[in-house]
Design a protein around this ligand. Structure first.
Ligand code: SPD
Length: 276
């Protein structure tokens, strides 16, 4: 008998992965956390019924959310990750020799603990002395730390329940305020087909706060619609990153052609965001 995990995004849209076995299933203080071993995608982390990552296709998400702002800034020293308790973004950030400190603001300690256990392929980035885990809400932390970070990565769940605030104008205001001059942020920014109005309002907020915001996209087959987008938020143009050498270690997703192409938007969506 085969078991399928089905994520229902809307009453009219679902997607399913075939599951070999359930590795963890618990209600944490904040959410329903599951780790399952799937037939093709390896281990998958699921929060409140929504796939966060799989071993097989997480590289597109983590390389794109991390390297696009890091490369644009050039030699970032201080980095903040909002959410990101699975360690996938942290692993990419730590590839940069210029990085002196990475602060990770993750609300749910169990995400960190279970990810360390079930995603050994991330290589335990938590043991790097440059990483500081703060188990707390990012809002207050951003408020207390203006002008502190060269790069901020907002690696969050979807804008539902407790994560909804992380997609608000107020969050973007605090995030930009926490950047150093010329610093850059990238945020998990959902799916052009399903979340058009939300992304439009986030782009407008980013536009009011910075000179060169832009939306870009990566293919992730286990996310709804087969992919996800990111909002690049900075006064520094993202194109600056095209001339920066990659950090040591191997990319699996990002190359110069993908970097450029990620910012090309389908016409219906380009019009919604940029007009004309
Ligand atoms: N719709 C799924 C969006 C998941 C975004 N969070 C991914 C976390 C990976 N570090």
């Amino acid at each position: 008998m085969s078991i399928w995990f089905t994520e229902e995004l809307h009453p009219y849209y679902r997607k399913s992965l075939r599951v070999k076995r359930i590795l963890a299933d618990e209600q944490t203080q904040f959410q329903h956390l599951q780790v399952v071993e799937t037939e093709f995608f390896g281990n998958a982390l699921i929060l409140d019924g929504i796939i966060q990552l799989t071993e097989q296709d997480n590289m597109g998400y983590h390389e794109m959310i991390v390297h696009v702002p890091m490369l644009a800034v050039g030699a970032p020293r201080r980095v903040l990750i909002v959410g990101g308790g699975d360690g996938g973004s942290l692993r990419q950030v730590l590839r940069y020799p210029s990085v002196e400190q990475v602060v990770i603001c993750e609300l749910d300690r169990r995400v960190v603990e279970l990810s360390r256990q079930y995603f050994p392929k991330f290589g335990d980035p938590w043991s790097d002395p440059r990483a500081t885990l703060l188990v707390r809400d990012a809002f207050g932390y951003l408020e207390e730390n203006p002008g502190q970070f060269d790069v901020i990565i907002s690696d969050t769940t979807d804008p539902i329940g407790m994560a909804e605030r992380l997609f608000s104008d107020e969050f973007y205001r605090l995030m930009v305020r926490a950047l150093t001059p010329g610093g850059a942020a990238a945020t998990q920014c959902e799916q052009p087909y399903f979340d058009t109005a939300l992304i439009q309002s986030i782009y407008q907020a980013a536009r009011a706060l910075t000179k060169n915001p832009a939306y870009y996209y990566a293919q992730i087959p286990t996310y709804p619609g087969g992919g996800i987008g990111f909002m690049y938020v900075s006064d520094t143009p993202w194109q600056n990153g095209l001339n920066t050498p990659y950090p040591p270690g191997e990319n699996e997703y990002l190359n110069p052609e993908v970097h450029r192409a990620a910012f090309a938007l389908p016409e219906f969506f380009r019009r919604v965001l940029y007009g004309g």
